[in-house]
Each structure stands twice: as structure tokens, then as C-alpha cells.
Design a protein around this ligand. Structure first.
Ligand code: NAD
Ligand code: ZN
Length: 238
């Protein structure tokens, strides 16, 4: 008898080009809270106060300290079986692109190679004055540190209302259009333009495999809606 997991696994095995879209849920089992689920950040805070350029301009210390708190949680987190399964899928697939909304760097740590970070990276800081970006894993400060030019450094992540890194969405869309399957794991699919990659895949005839404990707005439209935590389900696609 066929089962959705088994059928999805066959599709992954046969695929010539695989695209993957991940969200905060793939890091949940590494101990990093998501934004929208129960216990997520947006139940404790208002995003307008934390994740907008206006919030940082108004109160850089408050916003910086929240990022420091997140960086501290992320620094001790390890990739989980879901991140690792995606590395194994990448090794076997002729063509593979991982598109992530996560800023935690756990896909890098697991060993993913061909990755597009749509929303930046929490370990990068960018100067408000000269625009220079640098990796910053330094120990924690209460105030945003200063660039060599004297400008204030901000987290290198994409805030609400901001543009995505140049070319990132174009490269992601091209990978999705060229894919035979799109695996969508751990995203509420509510943040655009990233979520738009799912209908793009469907319109291009790519089979979408969704991995999420909960249903999303796209669950009824995808080829496979696999309900469960990604650290359990993604390894079963191997
Ligand atoms: P989200 O918080 O909106 O949604 C998380 C989704 O993950 C939900 O649909 C939830 O049902 C699902 N989920 C929860 N536990 C899961 C598990 N064990 N396995 C699989 N799925 C699980 O997150 P989002 O869709 O990524 O969008 C929010 C934005 O938040 C993104 O822009 C991202 O940049 C940012 N963010 C990043 C991190 C991170 O880097 N780890 C953490 C929180 C938020
Ligand atoms: Zn500078």
C-alpha cells in the first residue's frame, strides 16, 4: 500500500532538481523559538517594536538587546536531524537549492552548500553610515557596537518593510521554476515575498511537499502535506 511519505520519498529520489524553502520551524527542535507558533516571539512582543528600521531608529538599545538575546540562544543551538537530512538530500540530488528565511546559520553549520538566505544572517552586522558588512560573533554588548568609520552597526537581517538582499528573490524564483519538487518545511507561509514561492512552484508544475505539524494556507493545494515536526519527517524523505 502506498503512503504519502513513501510517495513523497519516491519523488525526492527521482527528482533532477530540488528546491527547498525553510522557515523558523526547522530550527524549533534545535531549541530556537519560532515567531508565530505557540510560545513564539510575536506572542510576547510586537514586531513593530523590534523588527523594523523605525524601531531601531527610535530605540537602538532595546532592539540590539533583543538580538543579543536571540544570538545567545542561537550560539548554543546545534543543527537537528531535519537540517542534516537536507544536507544528505543535497548530496544526492543532481541540482539542489536551499532557500531559507532563517537567520540562525544552522543550515550552514549542518553543511548545506547551495543556500540562499532571503532574510539575512543574525551573525552579520552592517554599518548604518558606510554600509559595510562584517561577521560579528563577538561577545555580547548592551549597545550596538560601532563601525571603524564611527557609524552605528545594525543586525544584518531583513526587517519588516525592508528590501530583500539584492538578487536573492530572483535567484530563489529561478531555482523554484527549474525544480521538479519544492520541499517547504517549517514555515507558516505568511511572510511575503518568500511565501509566494509556493504558488510559483505549483504554477510551474513542481510537486510541493509541505512539512509542518500544522496546516498552512497552502496545505490544500500542495501535492503532499506531511504533518509532523521536520526533524522527524525530513529524514523519512531520504
Ligand atoms: P513562523 O514563526 O511564522 O512559522 C513557523 C512555522 O513552523 C509554523 O507554521 C509552525 O507550525 C511550524 N513549526 C513549528 N514547529 C515545527 C517543527 N518542529 N517542525 C516543522 N515545523 C514546525 O516562521 P517563518 O515562516 O519562518 O516566518 C517568520 C520570519 O521569522 C522569517 O522571516 C524568519 O526570518 C524569522 N525567524 C527566524 C528564526 C530563525 O532563524 N531560527 C526564528 C524565528 C523567526
Ligand atoms: Zn561604517
Amino acid at each position: 500500500m502506498s503512503s504519502p511519505i513513501k510517495d513523497a520519498r519516491e519523488r525526492v529520489r527521482a527528482a533532477k532538481a530540488i528546491a527547498v524553502l525553510t522557515g523558523a520551524g526547522v530550527s524549533a527542535e534545535s531549541g530556537i523559538p519560532t515567531f508565530r507558533s505557540n510560545g513564539g516571539y510575536w506572542q510576547k512582543y510586537r514586531f513593530e517594536d523590534l523588527a523594523t528600521p523605525q524601531a531601531f531608529a527610535r530605540d537602538p538599545k532595546f532592539v540590539w538587546q533583543w538580538y543579543e538575546e536571540r544570538r545567545r540562544a542561537i550560539a548554543v543551538a546545534r543543527p537537528n536531524a531535519g537540517h542534516e537530512a537536507l544536507v544528505a538530500i543535497e548530496r544526492r540530488a543532481p541540482r539542489f537549492t536551499l532557500i531559507t528565511q532563517n537567520v540562525d546559520g544552522l543550515h550552514d553549520l549542518a553543511g548545506s552548500q547551495n543556500t540562499i538566505k532571503l532574510h539575512g544572517d543574525i551573525w552579520i552586522v552592517r554599518c548604518l553610515k558606510c554600509g559595510r558588512e562584517q561577521v560579528d560573533r563577538s561577545e555580547l554588548t548592551d549597545l550596538p557596537p560601532k563601525c571603524a568609520c564611527g557609524g552605528m552597526l545594525r543586525p544584518g537581517v531583513v526587517w519588516f518593510g525592508e528590501m530583500l538582499p539584492e538578487g536573492a528573490m530572483e535567484r530563489a524564483a529561478a531555482a523554484v521554476k527549474a525544480s521538479d519538487i519544492l520541499i517547504v518545511a517549517g514555515t507558516s507561509a505568511q511572510v511575503y515575498p518568500a511565501a509566494g514561492l509556493i504558488p510559483l512552484a505549483i504554477a510551474n508544475g513542481s510537486a510541493v511537499i509541505e512539512v509542518n505539524p500544522d496546516a498552512t494556507d497552502f496545505s490544500d493545494d500542495v501535492a503532499f502535506a506531511l504533518h509532523g515536526p521536520s526533524a522527524e519527517i525530513l529524514p523519512q524523505l531520504l
